[in-house]
Design a protein around this ligand. Structure first.
Ligand SMILES: [Zn+2]
Ligand SMILES: [Zn+2]
Length: 258
C-alpha cells in the first residue's frame, strides 16, 4: 500500500473513532459494566478491563501509526529531494544555450496583490531573485537554495497544483545564470508570462471561476495575511467590493502582460 493511501485510510479510521467509542460504551452498558447484575453474561470486571484496554490501546495504535507515517513521509521526501537536486549536467556552469521557459506555482497575497512563492517569498512579475539566507549571494548560488525555480514540464507543475489547491499556475521565462536540473531550472531572474486561471471556483469547486476575492487569513503567532482566490459569481456575492478584482484587474495589479 502506498503512503498516501495509508494516510487517507488512517484519517478515515480516526473519523470513525467517536462512533466506535460510543458503540463500545453502549455494548459495555448492555453487558452490565456500570451496574451490579445478578447473573451477568460476562463478568463485570472483564468488561471493565476490556474498556480500559480499548481506551488505552486504540489511541496508542493511532499514535504509533502516525509516527510510522511521519518517518516514512520524511524518508520519501528526502529521496525525492535528492532526486530533484541532481543536475542534468556534471558541471551546472557549463550550460548549453538552452532557453529557460517553465511552469510553477504561486500564491497571490497582500493588498495590493503580490505574487508569492510557496515558501513565502514575494516577487514582482519581472524580478531578480534575492537570497534570504545570505545577503552576499547573487542568486543562484550553487550550494544554496536561492534563485527562481520552475519546472520544465507542464505536467509536473500541474501535479504540484493538485497538492496545493490554493495556488495558481504561472508560466515563466527565466534569464541570467541558470542551473538546469533534471526536472527544471533555478535561475537569476524571472518574467511571469501568464497567469493561468482555474476553470472552477476555488470555494465551491462547482461553478465557473469569475472573480478574485481577498480573504483575511489568521495564522499562528499573530501572523495574518490577505490571500486572493478566484470564486464563482455566487461565492463572491457576499464579499465587499473593495475585496474583489476582475481577472483583468488582477493581471493589471500584478503587472502580468500576456
Ligand atoms: Zn543564497
Ligand atoms: Zn463557487
Amino acid at each position: 500500500m502506498n503512503l498516501a493511501k495509508f494516510k487517507r485510510r488512517l484519517i478515515r479510521a480516526i473519523r470513525l473513532y467517536p462512533i466506535l467509542a460510543l458503540t463500545v460504551l453502549a455494548l459495555a452498558y448492555f453487558l452490565g459494566a456500570f451496574e451490579k447484575k445478578e447473573d451477568p453474561l460476562i463478568a463485570q470486571s472483564t468488561v471493565i478491563t476490556a474498556l480500559y484496554l480499548f481506551v488505552g490501546l486504540v489511541p496508542l495504535l493511532f499514535i504509533i501509526a502516525f509516527i510510522f507515517l511521519g518517518g516514512a513521509t520524511d524518508r520519501e521526501f528526502k529521496k525525492m529531494g535528492s532526486r530533484n537536486e541532481k543536475f542534468s549536467t556534471s558541471d551546472p556552469f557549463l550550460l548549453d544555450s538552452e532557453k529557460m521557459f517553465g511552469y510553477k506555482l504561486a500564491l497571490i497575497t497582500n493588498r495590493p496583490p503580490v505574487l508569492t512563492g510557496l515558501t513565502g517569498d514575494l516577487y514582482k512579475a519581472d524580478d531578480a531573485a534575492v537570497c534570504s539566507l545570505n545577503t552576499e549571494h547573487i542568486p543562484p548560488v550553487i550550494n544554496c537554495e536561492c534563485g527562481f525555480y520552475a519546472y520544465k514540464e507542464f505536467d509536473d507543475a500541474k501535479f504540484e497544483l493538485t497538492l496545493n489547491p490554493s495556488s495558481f499556475l504561472i508560466d515563466v521565462d527565466l534569464f541570467g545564470l541558470g542551473f538546469i536540473y533534471q526536472r527544471g531550472y533555478r535561475a537569476e531572474s524571472q518574467v511571469v508570462r501568464k497567469l493561468r486561471i482555474p476553470k472552477r471556483c476555488m470555494r465551491c469547486h462547482t461553478l465557473p471561476a469569475r472573480v478574485f476575492v481577498a480573504n483575511y487569513k489568521l495564522g499562528y503567532a499573530s501572523t495574518s495575511w490577505w490571500q486572493w482566490q478566484i470564486y464563482c459569481l455566487l461565492c463572491s456575492k457576499g464579499a465587499k467590493p473593495e475585496n474583489k478584482l476582475t481577472i483583468t484587474q488582477m493581471k493589471g495589479a500584478l503587472a502580468i502582460r500576456e
